[in-house]
Design a protein around this ligand. Sequence first.
Ligand code: AMP
Length: 501
Amino acid sequence: MTDIPEQDDTTIKGNGIKGNGIKDNGQDSSQASAPDTAGDSVQDATDTPIDTAPAAPTATDFVALQIHERLLKAIEAEGFSAPTPVQQMAIPPALAGHDLRVTAQTGSGKTAAFLLPMLQQLIANPDYQAGTRALILLPTRELARQTLSQVEKLARFTFIKAELVTGGEDFKVQAAKIRKNPDILIGTPGRFIEHLTANNLDFSELMMLVLDEADRMLDMGLNEDVLRLAALCNPARQTLLFSATPGPSSMADVVAAVLRDPQEIRVNRVQDLNEKTRQQIITVDDIAHRERLTQWLLANETYDKAIVFTNTREQADRLGGYLRNPSMKLYVLHGEKDQKERKQALDRLRNGDIHVLVATDVAARGLDISGLDLVINFDMPRSGDEYLHRIGRTGRFGSEGLAISLVAAHEWNLMSSIERYLRQQFEQRLVAAHPGNYKGPKKLKSSGKAAGSKKKKLKKKVAAAKNAPGKKSAAKKSAGKKPAAPDLKGGFATPKRKPTA
Ligand code: AMP
């Protein structure tokens, strides 16, 4: 596995967040180098702003942000008492007409951070004859629905109308809704391209384009669709790009092609994300051990709502079948589930009819479920960004969360790379009821990765045994011996790894 280079704390003017995606094939995808956007200002909620340009004003209440009174009324009705950091940082430059590239995680209040300036601009510049005035591109139908619901809430005291343009809905019905000329269209790139091909869309008078969860869209390979749609938008429009992570390397191309002299806003550095979420690992032997542990955790942890992530659909189905019993009602969500099932699962989870969701990453993208306080990674996610997306579902708005990752021997180095990416050290925990044999590598490199692979060691032992006939080989002596159990304190092992400064 390739070593992930250490992250640099310093942020360079005009540079994006620094970070590396970590892929399971051992390749470092840190080519997600930040775009060269010389002249941008960079703000960071945690660092002092380091740009020479004055920092954009921040305001601790919505009135000071100079939000329109009809929107203030809706904000009050929503019970938002103060703007969140991303709203404080993004709303003033957005209202001033700047293009923005914002790094903020789901749950930070980022949707209202782009909706409020959007609604305000639409109120200030009414034009009933124009085509679509505002376009929000995002990765999934669920996120589209959640965003529409936020628009409806925030625009309830205005004349502004929005519609969804996503797959899974009747195309002709959608075309008829588009013809009614709603101010805002919200949807996934693929369906927009279909309507474009059918000549149903006109973005020539667009005022604002938003790319929400841009990193997810690019991860899903939607770059070309996004670029194609952006190229058809009014060139004089304003563009706001939001992502939770620095995203894949293609992000730089999209930023360069779609944004114009953007201001860069970072609400968190990668390592500050999810600080409200306690992160633990439990070492596991095999799938059966993972299943037993997951069942135990769901039965013994204190939580309101939990989500268990698996890397494959098959595993999600299998685990759902294993866990389901009269006292454990749950839903399984993956890419093959139809729209109705997905909606039902989310509604029932939100209402509290069920408390557990077993899901793949694709199915869980963009979910905004409040009260989700336990995330279990049944297998290790394949990249650092994927890990962030998974655990980003807990610890929202100040609530505490717990994220537990089950780590087999072959996943140790991946886990260790993710720790280094996040600059965090996960607590190693042992569940006494299901201890297992694997307790982590015996020896660790200073990076936290396993020192020497088993294969190499075995080869050495076999070679040594061959060279010393008559002698009982070390391999034979140690055969069947369990590795020493770690010194457990209150159910938690003393970390064997050196802190990664
Ligand atoms: P988001 O990050 O946009 O997914 O927002 C997550 C949740 O935060 C949504 O349910 C919003 O309704 C809520 N929210 C957004 N802004 C605020 C605010 N200023 N105060 C309290 N809650 C908010």
